[in-house]
Design a binder for this molecule. Structure first.
Ligand code: NAP
Length: 493
């Protein structure tokens, strides 16, 4: 039973106070401080999480460092065993974890369930791929002046202690996508979950522990990023930081971290370019899903749509109509609803402010625009100009803007002028044109005839410019969490 399974995690009061995991045991922090996790659905305190101290971070990192050498010696096939088991436990507790995620971050039923099951599948896929991770052997004779008496054995070796920081919108999936490749490649991991999402994340940690991840190999510390984040990422004993979150925080921490590898997935402000030949009916469906799933709180959400005037004029009424029919706003605990609240009052306020600013600068609100507490209506703006803040900065909520352009070249230059570079969509019946235009867009991934999205998870996933550093995706993440060690063999003279 989940309650029995997760019995060590909290004091089981109402609301429960959760502990942090120091690598060996669940502990109450010496700080005596906790953070309230408030459900965005009803404003009730769902639980409290520990705010760890710097001393506790030191001890956690020390423990992870000590455990790393031995963990790196565990054969790869054996490292996969507890992780496969963790995937099975996640599936076993899917209903419980789905409900928890709905309560904690306001995801709708389908979205939450998908996150949980996809995380289990991702773990298994990581384990399979890790078995094929290999270095290489090179012969000197490929370069002028050398022959076969010189060769290099290029091994892939772990980095050491990897710090993993995940965002609130996928607290399970984007934690798994960091912890699991780190562990499989022989690193140990200090995991700092998002404050909103910590409750789901401590449950995930417990699953790894019960599945047999050894002491010290995974440590989970909770606390507010603004308080402990800088201390953690600048700690001298860490070997890598893998972070997903906003570009603002990403930029700030990237400038403080020293000379260690960084794997960063940051904000997205993703455009969709709609060509005149497009099937507008199908495209409008993709735009609605792309803009409003999880109330627009996805790094891969569509944030603005560009097209020639006749295209936009025909498209907007279709998108309005589809939004009204497809989006069922309401309490996400009711499985019939597919559009819930945003994460916090601050977030709702910021989204509302951005909408009103756009309006003040000449944009028209043709649908939505209002909010009731944390429920922000799906909002469609037209007459939007590329200089407006709503186009310049990621608005992490359910707002999509429509921009009329005079030419496709103008659309490309607006897209390429962006500070962000996560994904872009091109909608056209002509796949050749889609490819040609995709090659002119400076983002990590261009989707032809689909909304932006992460996955399937073995595809590379990356942001350029303000949207990230490095590449994630099953094999890419595993590789990123290793370094090369080159041993050059020279035949005895
Ligand atoms: P956020 O506020 O930037 O926080 C992200 C993570 O960083 C959280 O765990 C946060 O902890 C932590 N943090 C905050 N300040 C820190 C500091 N000084 N040092 C170290 N860590 C610190 O982002 P969010 O609101 O959780 O997530 C939404 C953002 O993530 C959006 O911009 C979205 O586009 C982006 N995102 C990107 C991707 C991608 O793959 N590109 C995927 C998902 C989300 P606390 O929660 O305790 O503050």
């Amino acid at each position: 039973m989940p309650k029995e399974f997760f019995k060590e995690l909290s004091d089981h009061k109402t609301p429960p106070t959760y502990k942090y995991f120091d690598g060996e045991a669940w502990k109450v922090s010496l700080s005596g401080k906790t953070s309230d996790i408030i459900s965005p659905i009803d404003g009730k305190v769902l639980g409290k999480v520990q705010q760890v101290t710097f001393v506790e971070i030191d001890r956690a990192i020390e423990r992870a460092k000590k455990a790393q050498e031995e963990w790196a010696r565990v054969p790869m096939i054996k490292r996969t065993k507890p992780l496969h088991l963790a995937a099975d436990w996640i599936r076993e507790h899917e209903k419980f974890l789905t409900r928890l995620l709905i309560q904690e971050i306001g995801k709708t039923y389908e979205e939450a369930k998908d996150e949980i099951l996809r995380s289990a599948d991702m773990i298994d896929h990581f384990c399979h791929e890790a078995l094929h991770l290999a270095g290489e052997e090179l012969s000197g004779d490929a370069f002028p002046g050398y022959d076969q008496t010189k060769m290099a054995i290029v091994e892939r070796v772990p980095l050491g202690v990897v710090v993993a920081i995940s965002p609130f919108n996928y607290p399970v999936n984007l934690s798994v996508s960091k912890i699991v490749p780190a562990l499989l490649t022989g690193n140990t991991c200090v995991f700092k979950p998002p404050t909103y999402g910590s409750i789901s994340a401590v449950h995930l940690t417990e699953i790894f522990r019960i599945a047999g991840v050894p002491d010290g190999v995974l440590v989970t510390i909770t606390g507010e990023g603004s308080t402990i984040g800088d201390y953690l990422v600048t700690h001298k004993e860490i070997a890598m930081v893998t972070y997903t979150g906003s570009s603002e925080v990403g930029r700030s921490i990237a400038t403080k971290i020293g000379m260690i590898p960084l794997l960063f997935e940051c904000g997205g402000n993703n455009p969709a370019l709609v060509l005149p030949d497009t099937d507008l009916d199908a495209t409008s469906t993709e735009i609605v899903k792309g803009a409003f799933s999880y109330s627009g709180q996805r790094c891969t959400a569509i944030k603005y749509v560009l097209g020639l005037k006749p295209t936009i004029q025909e498209l907007v009424p279709l998108v309005i109509k589809k939004t009204k029919t497809m989006m069922r706003i309401g309490n996400p605990k009711d499985e019939r609803n597919n559009f819930g609240p945003v994460i916090t009052e601050n977030a709702a306020h910021e989204i509302e402010k951005r909408i009103l600013e756009a309006k003040a600068h000449g944009a028209k609100i043709v649908l939505g625009g209002k909010r009731d507490g944390l429920f922000v209506e799906p909002t469609i703006l037209t007459d939007v100009k590329p200089t407006m803040e709503i186009v310049q900065r990621e608005t992490f909520g359910p707002v999509v803007s429509f921009l009329e352009v005079k030419s496709i070249d103008e659309a490309l230059s607006i897209i390429n002028a962006s500070e962000y570079g996560l994904q872009a969509s091109i909608f056209t019946k002509d796949e050749g044109t889609g490819i040609r235009l995709a090659q002119k867009i400076g983002v990590g991934t261009v989707q032809v005839n689909s909304k932006p999205q992460r996955g399937p998870d073995h595809f590379p996933f990356l942001g350029v410019k303000g949207s990230g550093i490095g590449v994630q995706g099953i094999r890419y993440s595993l590789e990123a969490m290793t370094r090369f060690r080159s041993i050059v063999l020279n035949s005895p003279k």
